[in-house]
Design a protein. Structure first.
Length: 166
């Protein structure tokens, strides 16, 4: 039994899950590093582009201030980041149709196509893997991954806030 009503998790499962997280993280970092190197990007550039892409796909593009908050940069550093990504053709600034004073950030179409080409083989591997599971199993996996990501984000927020953990 993995878990009981009391919330107990056998140590062997905890070790295996921790190791699987570490392996996935290391592989993800390696792929991200390869993409960054192929496109002359810095780590924060990747974080910014991912934040812009996710916000855009969710239907609410980021403003420069929101991007700065997302990647934890000052206003001046965020401006430099946006300028660099725009000059390299990865990012576009677009004025809001309703409030022309407001600017939204968008992943440039050709840069998105380039990223899609780079990551397409990984998407195919993921799709093939997902075909091995029932919808119910995928819901369980997604629930776990969402909660694990939320827990990691909360821990990062605590660390950024200066809270020591033991």
């Amino acid at each position: 039994m993995v878990a009981s009503d009391a919330g107990y998790v056998e140590e062997s499962y905890l070790r295996r899950v921790t190791r699987a997280h570490q392996r996935l993280h290391s592989a993800t970092e390696e792929v991200s590093s390869q993409f960054a190197a192929a496109n002359s990007l810095h780590r924060v550039d990747l974080e910014a582009l991912l934040a812009v892409m996710n916000a855009e796909q969710a239907g609410s593009p980021l403003t420069p201030g929101q991007l700065g908050s997302a990647v934890h940069l000052s206003s001046a550093a965020t401006t430099g980041l946006i300028d660099r990504l725009e000059k390299a053709g990865h990012l576009e600034r677009r004025r809001d149709a309703v409030d022309r004073r407001r600017v939204h950030l968008h992943y440039a179409d050709h840069a998105m196509r380039m990223a899609e080409g780079f990551f397409r083989p990984l998407g195919e591997v993921t799709t093939d893997l997902m075909r091995q599971y029932t919808p119910e199993q995928l819901d369980l996996i997604l629930g776990y991954l969402d909660k694990a990501a939320d827990g990691m984000s909360a821990h990062a927020d605590r660390l950024r806030g200066g809270e020591a953990t033991e």
